[in-house]
Design a protein around this ligand. Structure first.
Ligand code: UDP
Length: 476
């Protein structure tokens, strides 16, 4: 069979966090459903965690065995990162990323090289999360087409793409205390410096995340194609401005929009508690869902103000407090003593849940979120308005989109300190106040945009098909 008729084969190497893993796995399934062969590479420690969480036996060790039963050609393998399996990467986040930035690129280079040593023509393209700062260089070395998956908003990508412009205008590094409107970035009408990513600010610009981010945005520019986990109708100007520099394809929302993901692959890194029974006893729209995602850490004082704020608000709530949220590896309860007795049947506290299932429950009326991008998309998918409490990374930017651009949420304590009376007041007026109707109407409008995008003739499906055609043309 000639080269032209060989099936395309891509290698995918994921980033070891829930918010990156979910869309990445979904993309693997979408590519394989289109007849492409995929070699999916998991990091060993993450795969072990997954197996432990789900008490997996040997047959479950291959993440994609069920997908293969459905006829998809996804080959599964693992590779080591830079630390022993038992090293606590969550509690030692900085040390871990210092090593990942420095030592992981040569490991990947060797890994891909070894695969190709057995069959020079086996692979055609490499898909890496944009967070990987080595991706385009490795692809280039082995003559593979480089596909970059950006799992955050196009707005964040666009700001990162134009770091040189921000630097020329004195906004990179950006002074921490100064608030100014940035109006010169192509595709971004206006954004206040208080919303730009904290790793671009003076106080954080020497951190490993800031250094890693600079590297990844530079590498990202060398990719052949960029897939964006967003919806064209939601960020049209930003995406069209980015297209002037690189082919971008908005193919979101990835992860929860197709049943194939949830039915075939379990990606959850923690075991889930059921919330549906408890929610079943609550009136429609009456419960606030509270979660800060899989990754960020906070401190005891913040959790205490939130806890008392929830108590004083008298609003019913489900609160996800994942193990390790304080970032110190501690497993003891992080809530004030007696809190759970005080809220009694008004509050359900769980370590982890099925977030999309919870947000889809009719009892949920709002989401108090850290504004992680997946959480934001999931809330929008379910038509649930948000109270935004961004903690770091891309989250302030996302909260700007939610509050100012799409008008489907409010800020919890913008700029101000987090105190319990203010939290209680915000939650109360959000769940019961006059603004709620307007927020709900806007959330419903956004929900429809997202659902339409994944219909057969919708924006995201059309963009994905266009990407496949362009990928094929580039390879052959
Ligand atoms: N999530 C979940 N159960 C929970 C809390 C979070 O499944 O109890 C998932 C959520 O659905 C989302 C991901 O964890 O897909 C978090 O990603 P996000 O980008 O919102 O935040 P990050 O964890 O990257 O900060």
């Amino acid at each position: 069979m000639g080269e032209r008729h060989r099936k395309l084969h891509g290698i995918m190497i994921c980033v070891p966090y829930q918010g990156h893993l979910n869309p990445f796995v979904d993309l693997a399934l979408k590519l394989a459903s289109s007849g492409i062969v995929i070699t999916f590479v998991h990091l060993e420690f993450l795969h072990r965690k997954l197996c432990q969480t789900h008490h997996a036996n040997k047959t479950d060790v291959d993440l994609f065995s069920k997908a293969r039963e459905l006829g998809l050609d996804i080959r599964f393998t693992t590779m080591a990162d830079t630390f022993p399996l038992e090293f606590d990467r969550d509690a030692n986040f900085k040390e871990y990323w210092e090593a990942m930035v420095r030592d992981f690129p040569p490991l990947v280079d060797e890994f891909v090289g070894n695969i190709l040593a057995s069959d020079r023509d086996m692979l055609h393209f490499l898909v890496a999360d944009t967070v990987h700062n080595w991706a385009a260089a490795v692809a280039r070395k082995y003559n593979l087409v480089s596909v970059s998956l950006w799992t955050q908003s196009a707005l964040v990508y666009c700001l990162g793409y134009h770091l040189d412009l921000l630097e020329q205008n004195g906004h990179f590094p950006c002074k921490d205390e100064v608030e100014e409107e940035i109006k010169y970035v192509p595709g971004v009408e206006s954004i206040n410096t208080k919303y730009i990513m904290p790793y671009l600010k003076q106080s954080e610009c020497e951190s490993v995340i800031s250094r890693a981010s600079r590297l990844l945005f530079e590498q990202g520019k060398m990719a052949d194609f960029v897939l964006q986990n967003t919806v064209e109708e939601l960020e049209p100007q930003t995406l069209s401005a980015l297209n002037r520099y690189l082919p971008n394809y908005a193919v979101g929302p990835l992860n929860f929009s197709q049943n194939i993901s949830t039915n075939t692959v379990t990606t959850s890194l923690w075991s889930k508690s059921d919330c549906t029974t408890w929610l079943g006893s609550k009136p429609p729209g009456s419960v606030l869902y509270v979660s800060f995602g899989s990754f960020v850490h906070t401190n005891k004082q913040v959790l205490e103000e939130l806890a008392y704020g929830l108590l004083l608000s008298k609003v019913d709530f489900v609160w996800v407090i994942r193990q390790g949220i304080l970032g110190d590896g501690a497993t003891a309860s992080v809530l004030p003593a007696g809190f759970q007795d005080a809220v009694k049947e008004r509050g359900l506290i769980v370590g982890w849940c099925d977030q999309v299932e919870t947000l889809s429950n009719p009892a949920i009326g709002g989401f108090l979120t850290h504004s992680g991008w997946n959480s934001t998309l999931e809330s929008m998918w379910c038509g649930v308005p948000m109270i935004c409490y961004p903690i770091g990374f891309d989250q302030p930017c996302n909260s700007k989109l939610v509050v100012a651009d799409w008008k489907i949420g409010i800020h919890l304590c913008e700029g101000g300190s987090l105190d319990r009376e203010n939290v209680a007041h915000k939650i109360q007026s959000f769940m019961n106040g006059g603004d709620l109707e307007r927020l709900k109407q806007n959330a419903e409008r956004v929900r429809k945009i997202m659902k339409n995008a994944v219909e057969p003739d919708g924006y995201s499906r059309t963009n994905f098909d266009r990407f496949l055609k362009d990928l094929e043309a580039k390879i052959h």
